[in-house]
Design a protein around this ligand. Sequence first.
Ligand code: FES
Ligand code: FES
Length: 140
Amino acid sequence: RLIRRGYHENIVEHYENPRNVGSLDKNDKSVGTGLVGAPACGDVMKLQIKVDENGIITESKFKTFGCGSAIASSSVATEWVKGKSVDEVLSIKNSDIASHLKLPPVKLHCSMLAEDAIKAAVKDWKEKSAAGVKVQVKQE
Ligand code: FES
Ligand code: FES
């Protein structure tokens, strides 16, 4: 990954070389899958997270059938969720992604897909871990 000084130097990179394109095994208990659609345009985004026993996201992948802004938004989203806890990432706002990518107002719904996809992936993971083996969540 091209991270310099904590950030990719060039946001344009997310358009030309999206990060973390691909899939994780959705049957893996430690994987949460979020699949969301944008009513405005019909575009679809799948975002997946892999969560360790402490509730920290160690990996994230996406597949987006949508416009360039939706792809760039998912790319940023997968970069931002890594290393954070499943609760922390719920506070990632589409407006943060949009301003990071300098999206114009007509493209705001594209970043909304990414926010929704993160929430859906966390929800899926939580449902899975509640149904399956108890996952230790830090209580302090
Ligand atoms: Fe890649 Fe900031 S430019 S996350
Ligand atoms: Fe629909 Fe961008 S135009 S997600």
